[in-house]
Design a protein around this ligand. Structure first.
Ligand code: ATP
Length: 256
């Protein structure tokens, strides 16, 4: 891992090709993410945010350009990244513990140490007591916390989060934001978050990239001031600089 960057997106263009049509989802997108940095991707619906995250996850190849993770070109899914979506994807027939170890089993890394680490993370999320429950016995917020632990259990360097909290009520959402930030800071993980929630982007990220247009291009990058970044997501929302930044971001996202 000699590259100074966790992620380098270089002149990325992606076109979806079907029998009927070609849709250019992204055009000439370039940016870097440093190790331990938290970057949020925001922008109007259809500007290519999820496409970009899927490309970083190596789910399908880009049409042009390339993506490097710690200097290595992405050619498919890699254990360097953990990918979490709005839908928790828990397997209903496996207990919480069995869901947590699934990724480790697939990667043939289900060692006693790593399973113990997954249990520890579950404890950090306040869910030790549901280890032997099935997903159907959990609330939506609990399920999403389990999904987060499952993503973290394989110890990826980079977390790719596609609207992971958007289906949650505000109380659960704020609680999960706090837990996620704690875990990311403690374990020095890099994260890219796609969200429609501009408050969430400001409260959680170090830097916000605004995509826009169709095909999507980078419109602007905003640094979140240190005064906000040093606070927890809940406290950040109460800082005097929060509202002006929200308004600036809102104008940028709404710009035709
Ligand atoms: N599998 C696909 N096949 C064809 N076109 C697609 C596919 N997935 C996405 N698109 C198109 O690519 C463009 C970007 O879609 P994408 O889902 O990446 O945007 P987004 O910014 O994440 O949108 P939203 O905020 O609504 O989730 C859109 O025009 C969409 O219709």
């Amino acid at each position: 891992m000699t590259s100074p960057y966790a992620i380098q997106v270089i002149n990325l263009t992606h076109t979806y090709i079907s029998k009927k049509e070609e849709i250019v989802a992204l055009k000439s997108v370039s940016f870097d993410v440093s190790p331990s940095e938290f970057v949020a991707l925001v922008g109007s619906s259809g500007c290519g945010k999820s496409t970009l995250l899927s490309l970083i996850a190596g789910i399908f190849p880009s049409t042009h350009g390339k993506i490097l993770l710690y200097g290595q070109e992405v050619r498919g899914p890699t254990p360097l990244t953990g990918y979490m979506l709005q839908k928790d994807g828990l397997l209903e027939w496996r207990t919480v513990e069995q869901n947590l170890t699934l990724g480790l089993e697939i990667q043939r890394q289900a060692t006693r140490e790593k399973i113990a680490h997954a249990r520890f993370l579950l404890g950090q999320m306040g869910l030790s007591h549901v280890l032997h429950h099935f997903p159907s016995q959990l609330s939506g917020g609990m399920r999403q916390r389990v999904a987060l632990v499952r993503t973290l259990a394989v110890q990826p360097e980079i977390l790719l989060l596609d609207e992971p909290f958007s289906a949650l009520d505000i109380q659960n959402k704020l609680h999960l934001e706090e837990l996620l930030i704690q875990v990311l800071r403690e374990h020095k993980k890099t994260a890219v978050l796609v969200t429609h929630d501009l408050e969430e982007a400001i409260a959680m990220a170090d830097r916000i990239i605004v995509l826009g247009g169709q095909p999507g291009e980078i419109r602007r990058t905003l640094e979140v001031p240190d005064e906000i970044r040093s606070l927890s997501p809940l406290k950040a929302r109460g800082h005097a600089l929060f509202r002006p930044l929200f308004e600036e971001l809102w104008r940028e996202v709404e710009r035709p």
